[in-house]
Write a protein of this length. Structure first.
Length: 293
């Protein structure tokens, strides 16, 4: 192939590149154009279809989702009825879009004095933070909603799993599991302050993979399950039985009451907090006095 032929091919290829718009440019121009249009009517129909998606075919529309995210807090483009229709759809938004919209809501709620804007921002933020967003049947992760009767639900369950990462004190759901005879699996955070030196009514584990393995074993192993159930009864009788603590508790209160002045003098932190509580009222009254002069 001659050098002239090669030069001619390169020239034609270069010309095609110049005359063909880049995909990225087309996308940017399209999005910019879409933002200038009013899609409120189209959005209404889109949301109605989304609500009935379990009964009728429904197709995701990127433009309308972008429009809803960009304008859900714009009272001029989105009227009150459309805003209320949008809220359930907004709760389904995930990922970066959800995080950015949540940041906008926080900024509006803290920066503006407009009551309506704050109400809308808080309503959108509430939808974005709903736990039902984690509902994913494809991954067998189901959010069933609030239990009308905790006793009925926990009693019917074979195992209760509570892989808690945060919290403090006695965990109500784990205590109820012991009361209803349901073994449980949790983390050290979940079990803290509850079991003392007694074995847990199930297992305690922080590692996710080991947690899953132990949950399967507890569910399938009958002898392990029965032993865990007995451990729960032992914890209840040893650490949560009213009769075991009531008498000593009342005696302790009576001792404090009989030596109240000495007790308060020895309670340095309590006295410090009491002092500052009264001081805050003092300075507030002085500020009001100066303001009214």
């Amino acid at each position: 192939m001659s050098s002239e032929t090669q030069k001619a091919k390169k020239a034609r290829k270069s010309a095609r590149k110049k005359n063909t718009p880049k995909e990225k440019d087309v996308k940017v121009e399209s999005v910019t154009y879409e933002k200038r249009r009013d899609f409120s009517t189209d959005l209404h129909d889109y949301l109605e279809g989304w609500k009935d998606r379990d009964r009728f075919p429904w197709k995701f529309n990127k433009v309308l989702q972008s429009y809803s995210i960009d304008n859900c807090l714009d009272g001029e483009r989105i009227d009150e009825d459309l805003f209320r229709s949008m809220l359930p759809y907004i709760s389904s938004i995930i990922g970066v879009a959800s995080e950015r919209l949540l940041t906008r809501c926080k900024d509006i709620a803290t920066a503006t004095d407009e009551v309506d804007d704050k109400v809308h921002a808080k309503a959108v933020a509430k939808e974005l933070l709903k736990p039902t967003k984690l509902h994913n049947p494809n991954e067998n992760f189901l959010i069933m909603g609030r239990a009308a009767d905790a006793k009925e639900v926990i009693s019917d369950a074979k195992v209760l799993l509570a892989p808690l990462r945060f919290g403090a004190g006695i965990k109500g759901k784990l205590l109820e599991a012991m009361q209803f005879g349901t073994p449980s699996g949790t983390t050290p955070v979940g079990a803290e302050s509850m079991k003392g030196n007694y074995p847990w009514n199930g297992f305690i584990e922080s590692n996710p993979e080991w947690f899953a393995s132990k949950a399967i074993a507890l569910y399938n192993n009958e002898s392990l399950w029965k032993e865990a159930q007995k451990n729960g009864v032992t914890i209840l009788n040893s650490r949560f039985l009213k009769e075991s603590f009531a008498q000593n508790f009342i005696a302790h209160l009576e001792t404090i009451y009989s030596q109240l002045e000495q007790h308060r003098k020895a309670n340095f932190l309590g006295g410090l907090l009491q002092h500052h509580t009264l001081a805050s009222s003092k300075y507030l009254s002085l500020w009001i006095e100066e303001k009214n002069k």
